[in-house]
Write a protein that binds this ligand. Sequence first.
Ligand code: NAD
Ligand code: UDP
Length: 312
Amino acid sequence: MKKKILVTGGAGFLGSHLCERLLNEGNEVICLDNYFTGQKKNIVHLLNNPYFEMIRHDVTMPFLIEVDEIYNLACPASPIHYQYNAIKTIKTSVMGAINMLGLAKRVKAKILQASTSEVYGDPIIHPQTEEYWGNVNPIGIRACYDEGKRCAEALFMNYHRQNNVKIKLLRIFNTYGPRMHPHDGRVVSNFIVQALKGEDITIYGDGSQTRSFCYVDDLLEAMIRLMNTGDNFIGPVNAGNPNEFTIKELAETIIKLTGTKSKIIKLPLPEDDPTQRQPDITLAKKELKWEPKVQLEEGLIKTIYYFKKVIL
Ligand code: NAD
Ligand code: UDP
């Protein structure tokens, strides 16, 4: 029997790849999105599939449907977009979680939350393990996202403890790949678009801050494996590529791979920008039998190829 799966945020970067993959695996997929940062273009190629449905809806409003599984991805992920309307971002994370958990409870669906490495804030423990409680500024400009996602994790745990809802918590570290929005504002898409257009490459701060970049295909493999684990394993579990780079190294790699003549310029570092980030993936290796396969240059080459088609 085909599984009926709801993907919130399904027209976004990760969500559209997820919908496609779940359809290819023989499931029926319902994609729900309000198109805030997502695009119809990301899913238009799926619309002819009779087992795919697209619904324009905002997760801050209740939504009823009979499904077996829910992947809750709806939420802007780029700092520029989530800070654009900070109150709405908190509502999306918190009310979206309440609405989707209520639905999961009612129809007895299993539900996975796309949580984030941002729950660790500007981490003092390095690399970050799931036991670490984080270092988050609750009143800073990133709090709308960080605290929204932390509250969503708390809600997931409480629906699990109080109502036996089957939950899965995935803490996603910086993920990149084709279908990122060219004006999304995140570092990989910004640098690639700037390089391809021959514009200045904008490093915020001195570029010594680090991130660990995971290619989209690897991340989705972890996400689907987590959903398919037994009821006893709920996470939270980190998913990301543990290879850590400075932002300066990322800029230099993209300059090399694109062969651009763009120059690096330095702009002010945004408030509360985390100085370091690297996932400890010991738990994912053990419980999901998963580790990323695509390394940075290989993933960047595929992403550059995509952006060339989109913007040139
Ligand atoms: P994205 O911005 O491309 O996708 C988010 C999608 O959610 C968009 O299609 C957007 O229109 C939709 N959305 C936003 N608010 C909504 C609302 N109120 N109702 C319905 N739909 C809404 O971002 P992404 O990178 O694909 O991220 C997907 C999820 O994964 C997010 O929850 C994000 O927090 C999480 N995540 C992503 C990363 C990453 O590096 N890509 C890292 C950590 C966590
Ligand atoms: N960054 C940068 N230039 C850009 C965009 C981002 O130097 O044009 C930096 C940003 O300050 C941060 C890192 O790259 O240190 C990753 O930023 P992103 O917005 O991709 O995600 P974050 O991990 O901060 O949520």
